[in-house]
Write a protein that binds this ligand. Structure first.
Ligand code: WTA
Length: 662
């Protein structure tokens, strides 16, 4: 693991304030260590205790952890529950129905507040509408919606009737939708006419129509439910498409939850892997809910008076766990935001924190970096121009946060008084894995610090052996945990190969990230992906996926995609392309670059568009024909090639690809 070396020389340490520690749910290092010790003593018993305390079960479970079919672990066998009951009915029954559950702010600034009682009634009505459409327990339902109350309602309604949802981010293309419809075997799609972002209306439904044309005769889709968001033009196909309000308004407000087994699949969420098509990560009901609740309570220290805001989209796992499920299961008041951080100006986040008195704010480093830039250019949109005194805790997720951005966030947004929880986790882990607890952990900028109590994170070498602190290696988790991925939908072999590789002994969960522990205090720092997965603005993109999209263009003979560091987006996508025709120059090259960028935007989604495209007559390959990606990475960064190129078949190509970038 010589390529992974700690670049972090960070000496600043920020201990939590006494006042924060005093009121925190997990208060003080001793409390943290006691939880870790409890898990060490009796691992299954620890999680069983928490599952009894933090989840409402219709029928109690009889076994905490079943390892008989490892690595297909099962948790809380025999238990029956419903997630939507835990998120809604529970609070209404406890007399908290009038508490605001969601403060929704639309792109244009209109605010709608929904109480727990209202939300329950909306979920129950829509759940009844889904049932009336013939959707039943175990069916897969695609949700392709903008950020909205309806998005949360749709997910909760699926959970209520035991349908397994698969949310597809609204920025993904018809082609991506097509792939997911088929892979999931979905029977229905819930979408909207258009989405409103940054003052513009962007059509959504046409992508569904196009996807359904592509899958004609192959898919199980029976109905398309369309939420009228903007009222813009929207073609409806008779016998297939129905308006959300038409099928929902007259439904009963009562819908008995479907009590499902703890292992019942709550959702599939597709994410990029290092090879082939996106993987349908399958999550359970009981274990997932437990971790969503626990991390919301312990990492975010959510209390009854907090106003919680996670800025993620429900199309990503962060929006699942920390918008739709965790905060609602904890009975919190949360913000759901439709728009973008830079509209009408880059002060939008700070203005919303001020207006809604947000106390806990959770966002991504890429957003922070872009807002730093905007604040430097225009003090009117800087955090100091707003009253952010309601904030008491900040969070970061999705990619490593560089210490400079961390310090800016800490001082300018948190006023030097709010702890920052830098939460490391993944679509596959369901919730936080390595993170500070705000009333426990002294913070070091750029480090996600220590494992969540009970999570057995470690760093190992190529053989699966522990490496000593201070040395880099593969980040693994040594024991199963309740909210872990259960399988890759329809591909259990790929699940085993991807996450429990034999090289490491077959029992360690391989996260796919490189990491290092501080030699003194054992704090974890994530060094980034060790596989062919890029992290662009906190979004996972497989290089293979982008390469397949490029080579499906008729002009392209061959393509290789690598990442290079980018100040704003963390990593930027850089594509090396061999065209079937001659290598273009000047304006002709620019035109082809634009065409290929748009092509990838259409094949996958705008987030996958390569920032740089360079043309060569060939790619650097070994004599056995393997593309030498490490050379491409150096070229993309503009580095001098110092590596050994003796195995390269066509060294001259390096000069060509170097020039193409200048
Ligand atoms: C990266 C998002 C450093 C990491 C929740 C991981 C992070 C991938 C952090 C998962 C963090 C996420 N520090 N890196 N705090 N959080 N990552 O599945 O590379 O979209 O493997 O889940 O994001 O991305 P995913």
């Amino acid at each position: 693991m010589s390529q992974i070396e700690s670049v972090l020389q960070e000496n600043r340490v920020f201990a939590p304030s006494e006042a924060f520690v005093k009121q925190a749910t997990v208060s003080g290092m001793e409390a943290y260590q006691a939880l870790c010790a409890e898990a060490d003593r009796d691992y299954a018993g620890y999680w069983a205790r928490l599952a009894k305390e933090h989840v409402v079960w219709k029928e109690p479970f009889t076994q905490s952890l079943d390892e008989s079919e490892a690595p297909f672990y099962k948790w809380f066998t025999g238990g029956k529950l419903n997630v939507s009951y835990n998120c809604l009915d529970k609070h209404v029954e406890a007399g908290n129905g009038d508490k605001v559950a969601i403060i929704f702010e639309a792109d244009g600034g209109e605010v709608t507040k929904v109480t727990y009682k209202d939300l329950l009634s909306r979920v129950a009505k829509f759940a009844n509408a889904l049932k009336a459409q013939g959707i039943k327990k175990g069916d897969r339902v695609i949700i392709y919606l903008p950020m909205s109350i309806e998005g949360v309602v749709a997910m909760q309604a699926c959970a209520r009737i035991g349908a397994t949802h698969s949310v597809v981010f609204g920025g993904f293309s018809a082609k991506s939708l097509e792939e997911r419809i088929l892979d999931a075997g979905a029977v229905a799609i819930i979408t909207a006419d258009e989405q409103a972002r940054g003052g513009k209306h962007i059509p959504l439904k046409p992508a569904v129509d196009e996807a359904l044309d592509l899958v004609a005769g192959k898919s199980a889709i029976k109905s398309v439910i369309v939420y009228k968001r903007t009222g813009g033009a929207c073609a409806m196909k008779a016998g297939r498409d129905v308006w959300w309000h038409d099928i929902t308004d007259s439904q009963s407000e009562v819908c008995e939850p479907e009590w499902v087994d703890a292992e019942h699949p709550l959702f599939l969420l597709y994410t990029s892997g290092s090879t082939g098509k996106p993987k349908g990560v399958q999550h359970s009901t009981g274990g997932y809910l437990l971790h969503a609740v626990l991390t919301t309570k312990w990492t975010f220290d959510v209390k009854p008076n907090d106003v919680f805001w996670c800025t993620a989209d429900i199309g990503w796992v962060t929006g699942h766990t920390y918008i739709t499920y965790g905060p609602l299961a904890c009975g919190a008041t949360e913000i759901v935001f439709e728009g973008v951080p830079t509209y009408p100006d880059a002060g939008r986040f700070w203005k919303m924190i001020q207006e809604h008195k947000v106390s806990i704010f959770y966002t991504a480093p890429t957003a922070i970096r872009s807002l730093i830039k905007a604040a430097e250019a225009n003090p009117a949109v800087a955090p100091k121009s707003y009253d952010l005194s309601s904030l008491r805790l900040l969070g970061s997720v999705g990619e490593p946060i560089n210490p400079e951005a961390w310090m800016w966030y800490y001082e300018n947004v948190g006023g030097g008084r709010c702890p920052i929880v830098d939460t490391f986790w993944q679509t596959e882990t369901g919730g936080h894995m390595i993170t500070p607890l705000p009333g426990v952990t002294p913070l070091v900028p750029g480090s996600c610090t220590l494992p969540f109590p009970g999570i057995q994170a470690a760093i190992v070498d190529e053989t699966g052996a522990d490496v000593e602190w201070g040395k880099g290696g593969f980040l693994v988790v040594k024991k199963p945990w309740p909210s872990m991925i259960r399988t890759i939908w329809g591909d259990p072999e790929r699940f085993k190969k991807s996450y429990f590789p034999e090289d490491l002994g077959g029992t360690l969960y391989l996260a796919g990230d490189g990491a290092v522990r501080d030699a003194k205090n054992g704090y974890f720092t994530i060094m980034g992906r060790i596989d062919d997965v890029l992290n662009v603005s906190g979004h996972r993109m497989g290089t293979m996926e982008i390469e397949s999209a490029l080579v499906s263009n008729p002009l392209v003979a061959e393509a290789a995609v690598v990442g290079r560091p980018d100040d704003l987006t963390g990593e930027a996508i850089c594509a090396f392309v061999v065209l079937k025709g001659a290598r273009p120059n000047g304006d002709a090259a620019k035109a082809v670059i634009k065409e290929l960028q748009d092509w990838v935007g259409k094949e996958i989604g705008p987030i996958a568009k390569p920032k740089d495209i360079r043309f060569g007559e060939n790619l650097p390959k070994t004599r056995s024909g393997k593309i030498m990606r490490r050379l491409l990475r150096s070229l993309a960064k503009g580095e001098e090639i110092t590596q050994d190129v003796s195995t390269l078949e066509n060294p001259a190509i390096l000069d060509q690809l170097k020039q193409a970038g200048s």
